[in-house]
Design a binder for this molecule. Structure first.
Ligand SMILES: NC(=O)C1=CN([C@@H]2O[C@H](COP(=O)(O)OP(=O)(O)OC[C@H]3O[C@@H](n4cnc5c(N)ncnc54)[C@H](OP(=O)(O)O)[C@@H]3O)[C@@H](O)[C@H]2O)C=CC1
Ligand SMILES: [Fe+3]
Length: 458
């Protein structure tokens, strides 16, 4: 049966606003959306199980039975839970050719084998099902607090139906994002249920390293002196230990941003082709590199701030006063060591430059900035400047370590393992990168990446 005559695409704003929009369900979402539609100049009617007793519906909207309401409109928004869709079976006739907007969400990701919108399309095959509005909450529609969620994902198989819904979305001051056909509805329905999916692995890795290194520092710098020397060094927990943890974790995370790219290059070199899938773990790792880098930047920021407050710390002031008083008492002047001045200035300079490029990397990863550069420029900044940052930060840590070990007046036995932990991954990444950029390997990898080389291993 051809029902295309039943549905007339809405082309102009004038048509759009005069066309009646029907909402099935007078619950929270139905009422909020209806209210917003009325405010924006649309004519709204409701379809309800109990048209007489629906007293909470917004002023200016009439409430009818489902079949009567459906007859009066060409667009019907279903503000009803999927579990209650069964009643629609009795109205398939009147719903033929109408645009049915599915706004439903589920309680769990992939709760049903097929998406709610596909389920609806199967139940009312002659209707034009469009998925929309599920990412906007009733509360946000009511209170106008739409700052965080102005985007409305829209998908559907019928292009005109989808276009009409997108036009309505625009008249509400929201931004429609075309997600394609109903095949995308599963993803659209899962979207509001996700909790920072791309951030999970970075936060997990970062928390793991933070806890381990923090515990190591507390054990060696607080508990060990407490047990062996009966010394209370617990004040170190507030600033000294975090300021050891943040740079170490930051450097490790920055190296972990570049490690998957190197593993991928080694794999491609080994396989001799790019036409072969990476293992799943590598894919996931590659996808969360930006988030890893941003967490690393946050830790670098903390390290910078913690370092800046050093001079106003009681412990540091006491230590430096004591140092001067000791010289006076012993009538002794410690000589100025030129190489020591060089060493300490070098690690500070390397740290400042490393931090500067770190921030630059963070800024260029912002969508508004990355949109302003082309792909090659973006790759240049993220890759070349990224490696430069890694080199500077690794050098900063190495020189700082050298400063402590060679000339430091307070060399401690527990520092070398901490430096090894901080430097091992960055050093692996940098050495592998040095090997990969050897001209013959670099040429080969360029060939592979441009698809000129395929071999039997693919
Ligand atoms: N609340 C929110 O913030 C959001 C909700 N949604 C989606 O909107 C839909 C509605 O949610 P919400 O308004 O919160 O839910 P409510 O429970 O508040 O409202 C659901 C409405 O569905 C109707 N209904 C209930 N049972 C049946 C049935 N057996 N047969 C026919 N109609 C029935 C009722 O309307 P009546 O009595 O008039 O028939 C009821 O008011 C859901 O699919 C939800 O996932 C999407 C985004 C955000
Ligand atoms: Fe530092």
């Amino acid at each position: 049966m051809d029902n295309s005559q039943n549905f007339i695409p809405l082309c102009t704003m004038e048509n759009k606003k005069s066309d009646t929009i029907c909402i099935f369900g007078t619950g929270d979402f139905g009422r909020s959306l209806g209210c917003k539609l009325l405010q924006c100049g649309h004519s709204v009617i409701y379809g309800s199980r109990n048209p007489q007793s629906s007293s909470l519906t917004p002023k200016g909207a009439e409430v009818f039975s489902h079949s009567e309401a459906a007859q009066r409109a060409s667009i019907i928004i279903l503000a009803i839970h999927r579990e209650n869709y069964d009643f629609l079976k009795q109205y398939t006739e009147v719903l033929n050719g109408k645009v049915l907007v599915d706004v439903s969400n589920n309680l769990k990701i992939n709760q049903y084998p097929e998406s709610n919108a596909e389920y609806l399309a199967r139940m009312v095959p002659e209707a034009k099902v469009v998925k929309a509005f599920n990412t906007i909450s009733a509360w946000a529609l009511q209170s106008g607090a739409l700052d965080a969620s102005r985007q409305v994902f829209v998908c559907g198989d019928e292009i005109y139906a989808k276009q009409s819904v997108m036009d309505i979305v625009r008249t509400l001051g929201l931004t429609p994002l075309d997600q394609g056909t109903l095949l995308a509805s599963n993803e659209v329905e899962n979207y509001p249920l996700q909790l920072f999916p791309m951030w999970r692995i970075p936060i997990f890795i970062c928390s793991g390293f933070t806890i381990l290194i923090f515990l190591y520092c507390v054990l060696t710098e607080v508990l060990y002196p407490c047990v062996t020397l009966k010394e209370d060094a617990s004040y170190l927990i507030a600033i000294s230990i975090p300021n050891r943890v943040f740079p170490i974790v930051s450097l490790i995370l920055l190296a972990l941003v570049y490690l998957p790219g190197i593993i991928a290059a080694v794999l491609q070199l080994y396989r001799g082709t790019k036409y072969s899938r990476f293992p799943d773990w590598l894919d996931k790792w590659m996808l969360c590199r930006k988030q890893l880098g941003l967490v690393a930047l946050a830790y670098a920021f903390l390290h910078a701030i913690y370092t800046l407050v050093m001079p106003i710390r009681y412990y540091v002031r006491w230590w430096s006063n004591n140092y001067i008083i000791t010289q006076i008492k012993t009538n002794n002047t410690y000589e100025f060591l030129n190489h020591y001045a060089w060493l300490s200035d070098s690690y500070v300079a390397l740290g400042i430059l490393g931090f500067f490029f770190y921030v630059l990397l963070g800024i260029t990863s912002l969508p508004s900035v990355s949109n302003a550069v082309n792909w090659r420029e973006f790759r240049f900044v993220q890759s070349k400047l990224g490696y430069l940052t890694l080199v500077l930060c690794t050098a900063h840590t190495l020189v700082y370590g050298g400063d402590r070990f060679i000339y430091g007046t307070y060399y401690k036995w527990y520092l070398p393992p901490a430096f090894v932990v901080a430097l091992i991954i960055p050093c692996i990444v940098l050495s592998l990168k040095l090997i990969i950029i050897v001209p013959c390997l670099d040429k080969r990898i360029t060939k592979i990446r441009q698809g000129w080389e395929r071999n039997s291993k693919s």
